[in-house]
Design a protein. Structure first.
Length: 299
């Protein structure tokens, strides 16, 4: 166990060797952007992992993907459980680490700043410590982009890292909005469930179970409120997510299909073409050649 101490920062580095920490030094131009990342990594903390800091001029975004952690600041403490994200304003003293009675805390983290981050922090209610439930399938790709691009400076990498930071904060804001939705609206509950689980296998029974109604009743409510069936809604929601990945990344079409919940590349291509009137590869080519003019689904 290693310890690092000074008057501002204390670290009990009880970490597994697979932990990593990436650091960048943004240029003045980068720091003028709305979403900036200066450090990021994945920490596999063991039982005694703990950090105390007097202050740092940035925000810190956590996402727990294993075990349980804690974050303390200003007399408040939040427990960080599996599948929860939290944004912390580091400008006042804080402490975080593996929670008592837990033997590990595995988490992604990123120090972020910028005017866009300030605005998101205000909407999230900081300095309150509020964990937000977000599925790993929605969070991990954005952290992967940061990990892949942070340390190699280029205009493309800088932009992609900024987009990833924006996307991560958007996931927290979406989760917060969902939590504030009345829980007695089965259609809204089902839509929120789709937004959190679209990358997984979904059936009408799963949506109905989440909404606490029968499949037939949910289908009737969906047609009344949305004008379509739950199945069609899921397909179109997945295609919307796929459009973003096709336009903003170079992921293979097979990976886009997998990340958006389609059972196979062929099924994805068929569904995508049926809804948009164009193949995924053609959509990507047109979107990248003219990003200011998004394609609309075929009527």
């Amino acid at each position: 166990m290693a310890r690092k101490k000074d008057n501002r920062y204390k670290l009990t580095a009880d970490l597994e060797s697979r932990s990593f920490w990436l650091v960048a030094t943004p240029s003045t131009l980068q720091l003028e952007q709305p979403f900036v990342c200066t450090e990021a990594g994945a920490l596999y903390g063991r039982e005694h992992f703990r950090t105390e800091r007097q202050g740092k001029d940035s925000y810190l975004l956590f996402y727990t993907f294993g075990g349980t952690g804690f974050v303390s600041q200003g007399g408040r403490t939040a427990t960080m459980r599996h599948g929860q994200a939290l944004l912390l304003d580091c400008r006042s003293p804080q402490a975080y680490g593996t929670a008592a009675q837990a033997d590990h805390w595995h988490h992604f983290w990123a120090h972020v700043e910028g005017m866009g981050v300030d605005a998101a922090a205000k909407r999230l209610g900081l300095p309150a410590l509020c964990p937000h439930a977000v599925s790993r399938t929605r969070i991990a790709p954005h952290f992967d982009t940061i990990f892949d691009r942070l340390e190699t400076e280029s205009i493309e990498n800088n932009e992609l890292v900024g987009i990833a930071v924006h996307a991560l904060l958007s996931e927290l804001l979406i989760s917060k909005a969902r939590a504030e939705v009345p829980h007695d609206n089965p259609v809204t509950v089902a839509q929120s469930f789709v937004a959190s689980h679209y990358a997984e296998r979904l059936a009408i029974d799963d949506l109905a179970r989440a909404a606490n109604v029968s499949p037939s009743y949910l289908t009737r409510l969906f047609r009344q409120a949305v004008g379509t069936s739950p199945h069609d809604y899921v397909v179109r929601f997945r295609i919307t997510q796929a459009k973003q990945l096709l336009a903003e990344t170079d992921l293979p079409v097979s990976e886009v299909a997998s990340r958006t919940g389609f059972s196979s590349t062929s099924n994805f291509s068929y569904r995508f073409s049926a809804v948009t009137g164009i193949s995924p590869r053609s959509y990507r080519a047109l979107a990248k050649s003219n990003p200011s003019s998004p394609l609309e689904p075929a009527s």
